[in-house]
Design a binder for this molecule. Structure first.
Ligand SMILES: Nc1nc2c(c(=O)[nH]1)N[C@@H](CN(C=O)c1ccc(C(=O)N[C@@H](CCC(=O)O)C(=O)O)cc1)CN2
Length: 305
């Protein structure tokens, strides 16, 4: 039976540590790190995620600033809110919850957030810096996955070195940054996607398998090498036996019999995404008062997190 990589417990520990760090930061610098969350419309899942973000921010002692805009909000109204947050010195981190209603341009919105406040790490400047291994704000879900792997492999990333990691999915939010982070940890990385031939046989070669494809229970036990470590990023709502249920991209019960460790859904990557957002907000606040803390990702993983 695979070990369960408990994201909920790990996230609680991270938030606890962060709360102390935020307290010290406030006491030393007389600055309260501020996180602004922007939600457009009333997508039920987005509402759940945003309220968790607000709750966790308050728990960690951050100042939470919320903007709820109507479903039919115009591009210029949203641009105006971001502009105002960009120039507000009490706001250190800004995130716009995705997806946006289809009449709004996600790319334009992401690019309009000041890179130093982009706690989602989606701005092209942060994406580029991640790619070249420079200090950057790192996307929260892949960062959360790396922390889960670090916990499993021991306290630094050397346990990952030389492992073959296969990432299923090539989204800008998860698949691509995930591949970059695994490369920085000296893994050999394969990214597979909807046009890849023989996905199953490539996955069978993985020591580390990251499923981020958004297909309920797509990864079966026959796809997984005995002893592999599997991180399930998918969060899919399905109806089973007349009840709504959340499942990942991995068939949990069967894969548990083959993998050496597996993260569950719910209670895996989701809570880690939110904890990493809080971590990024503190990092952004430190950077904005010019504390020398913004190390490249690989250096951060060796030490403070
Ligand atoms: N601006 C962003 N938008 C989106 C991101 C993101 O990182 N930034 N990621 C996802 C959604 N997401 C965070 O925003 C997210 C998804 C799921 C969870 C989570 O904790 N899920 C729970 C289950 C919750 C439930 O009951 O529905 C779990 O997995 O245990 C947190 C954050 C897309 N948009």
């Amino acid at each position: 039976m695979a070990d369960r990589i408990d994201g909920k417990r790990l996230a609680n520990g991270l938030i606890q540590g962060l709360t102390k760090e935020v307290e010290q930061f406030k006491a030393s610098h007389n600055v309260v790190p501020g996180l602004a969350v922007v939600l457009v419309g009333h997508d039920p899942a987005s509402q759940v995620y945003v309220s968790s973000k607000v709750k966790r921010a308050k728990e960690a002692g951050l100042n939470s600033i919320e903007h709820y805009l109507s479903e039919d909000c115009s591009q210029s109204e949203l641009d105006g809110v971001i502009e105002q947050l960009n120039s507000n010195p009490n706001v250190h981190g800004i995130l716009v919850q995705l997806p946006l209603p289809s009449h709004l341009c996600e790319k334009k919105v992401i690019e309009s957030i000041a890179p130093e406040k982009d706690v989602d790490g989606f701005h092209p400047q942060n994406v580029g810096r991640l790619g070249t291994g420079e200090a950057s704000l790192t996307p929260c879900t892949p960062l959360g996955c790396m922390l889960m792997l670090r916990q499993h492999f021991g306290d630094c990333l050397s346990g990952l070195s030389g492992k073959h990691a296969v990432v299923i999915g090539r989204s800008n939010i998860v698949g691509k940054p995930m591949a970059q982070l695994l490369l920085q940890a000296n893994c050999t990385v394969t990214v597979v996607h909807s046009r890849t031939q023989n996905i199953e046989s490539l996955c069978q070669q993985a020591d580390i398998l990251i499923a981020a494809v958004g297909q309920p229970e797509m990864v079966k036990s026959s796809w997984v090498k005995t002893g592999a470590v599997v991180i399930d990023v998918g969060i899919n709502a399905i109806s089973r036996d007349g009840k709504r249920k959340l499942v990942g991209d991995v068939e949990f019960d069967s894969v548990s019999g083959v993998a050496s460790a597996l993260s569950p859904v719910p209670g895996g990557v989701g809570p880690m995404t939110i904890a990493c957002l809080m971590q990024n907000t503190l990092t952004a606040a430190k950077n904005q008062i010019n504390l020398p803390t913004n190390k490249p990702f690989s250096a951060q993983m060796q030490t403070e997190m």
